[in-house]
Design a protein around this ligand. Structure first.
Ligand code: ADP
Length: 426
């Protein structure tokens, strides 16, 4: 700026000096000021033209204009370099998202489509004109729309058929990544589901095939066992074989029930169930099984019933009560209760038996998971009981809650939502 002042003084001073020499000092000053102003206007016009994209950046001007042009030139060079770097980064980003095997859709303001990668375009049928549209206008699956509105847990997945290819199964997740910005990530799980289905079909088929031969073997063993002429040492052998055949039959029928429940082919008939009658009958059976070794109490606080499949619910409750009788040592107490709370209905089996260590609790409902394998087998357990209970409850949107501590007993509660209630029965 100092140079600009110097230039202005020299310009106007020079003009007035020449004017003074010619005896017209004021005319010299006016011409000096006017030409100085004209020079600025000329440079201003060049700058405006350049800013509006017309013409190249002028150079070589003295004073402030030279500094302005030079500064602008540097700025433009820097911004060009930055733009190039950004373009390259964007290209790399586009290439990497296109190479991803999952479909990704970026959503602005929770649901407006910002961009997507090629698998998303192919599986969800998104086209160029869908940019900026609410995604719920394009994907009409009601479960997906509900998921988009309500889902806030990034770990939760929804399985849907791909809109453009119903044979393709997609696991959809929603991940927050900024202020009201979300990523919809869809993973192709067609192969996984097919494998899962094959595994489940295989277990169901094997169990089914084993059922008849086992019934025949068991029948013959029972007939042999009843033969009075059977020598004593053979009788023990036959009895052991019969007990093992019985155990196999129990495993096979539990496996069959479990695969039916898993495949959603559970027994379809649903009815109103009088819980007082059902629990009363199961507790009576448990007392027979216990043969006086335990004190079994039934506490019925709610008059509500359940709406579901009778056989499946009977099997779930009988499993829990049967477990208590099998695992609680002689002299123990077992309490079966039926209660209603604000958030649902609860059937609990509490005992003061050996209890279970905390590390086992999350795995108890896995198939064939046992805390003590030897003891479970000795008690005639199949290791499938709690897995069956979990699946029966899932069908009614219920859940199994387990509370247990070694030495202090266990509490297994079947929690049902109020929607599973059949209404007052008595
Ligand atoms: P199992 O046929 O072996 O009883 P379950 O799935 O019914 O299989 O139970 C899984 C395991 O949970 C059992 O092996 C047992 O170790 C443990 N368990 C279940 N109920 C009780 C209980 N009331 N007290 C202590 N342990 C229990």
């Amino acid at each position: 700026m100092r140079r600009e002042w110097l230039l202005a003084w020299l310009w106007v001073g020079g003009a007035s000096g020449i004017g003074a020499l010619l005896s017209y000092p004021w005319t010299g000053i006016i011409i000096g000021l006017a030409s100085y102003l004209a020079w600025h206007l000329f440079n201003l016009r060049r700058l405006v033209r350049w800013l509006s994209g017309d013409g190249s950046l002028p150079g070589g001007s003295p004073g402030g204009w030279g500094e302005i042009y030079h500064g602008l030139y540097r700025l433009r060079r820097r911004s060009r370099r930055r733009k190039k770097r950004l373009r390259k980064a964007l290209k790399r980003f586009r290439q990497s998202t296109a190479a991803l095997p999952d479909a990704i859709v970026a959503l602005e303001d929770d649901e407006f489509i910002d961009w997507w990668n090629p698998p998303a375009g192919e599986w969800l049928g998104l086209r160029r004109q869908d940019l900026g549209q609410p995604i719920s206008n394009l994907l009409r699956d009601p479960a997906l729309i509900h998921f988009l509105r309500e889902q806030r847990d990034p770990d939760e997945e929804l399985t849907i058929d791909a809109p453009m290819d119903p044979a393709r199964k997609l696991a959809v997740r929603l991940v927050d990544y900024g202020k009201r910005r979300r990523l919809l990530v869809a993973r192709d799980i067609t192969r996984l589901q097919r494998l899962e289905q094959m595994r489940s079909d295989f277990v169901a088929n094997v169990s089914h095939e084993l059922r008849t031969p086992l019934t025949v073997i068991s029948g013959y063993l029972e007939t042999l066992e009843a033969d009075p002429q059977l020598p004593g040492e053979l009788k023990t052998v036959i009895q052991t074989m019969d007990a093992q055949a019985q155990r196999l039959q129990n495993i096979v029928s539990d496996l069959l029930l479990l695969s039916r429940l898993e495949n959603g082919e559970g027994l379809r008939h649903e009815e109103d169930i009088d819980m007082h009658a059902m629990l009363g009958a199961i507790v009576e059976d448990a007392r027979v099984l216990s043969n006086g070794r335990h004190r079994i109490e039934l506490v019925l606080e709610s008059h509500s019933g359940l709406h579901g499949n009778r056989e499946e619910l009977h099997s779930a409750f009988a499993n829990l009560i049967g477990n208590a009788v099998r695992y609680v040592p002689e002299g123990g107490n077992i309490t079966v209760s039926w209660r209603e709370h604000d958030d649902g209905l609860q059937m609990c089996v509490a005992d003061d038996g050996p209890g279970i260590e905390a590390r086992h609790l999350p795995r108890l409902t896995e198939r064939f998971y046992r805390v003590d394998t030897g003891r479970s087998r000795e008690q005639g357990g199949t290791g499938l009981g709690l897995a069956i209970v979990k699946h029966v409850l899932l069908k009614l949107n219920g859940e199994l809650r387990i509370d247990s501590e070694p030495g202090r007993g266990s509490r297994f509660c079947c929690h049902f939502p109020l929607s599973a209630r059949s209404g007052s029965l008595s």
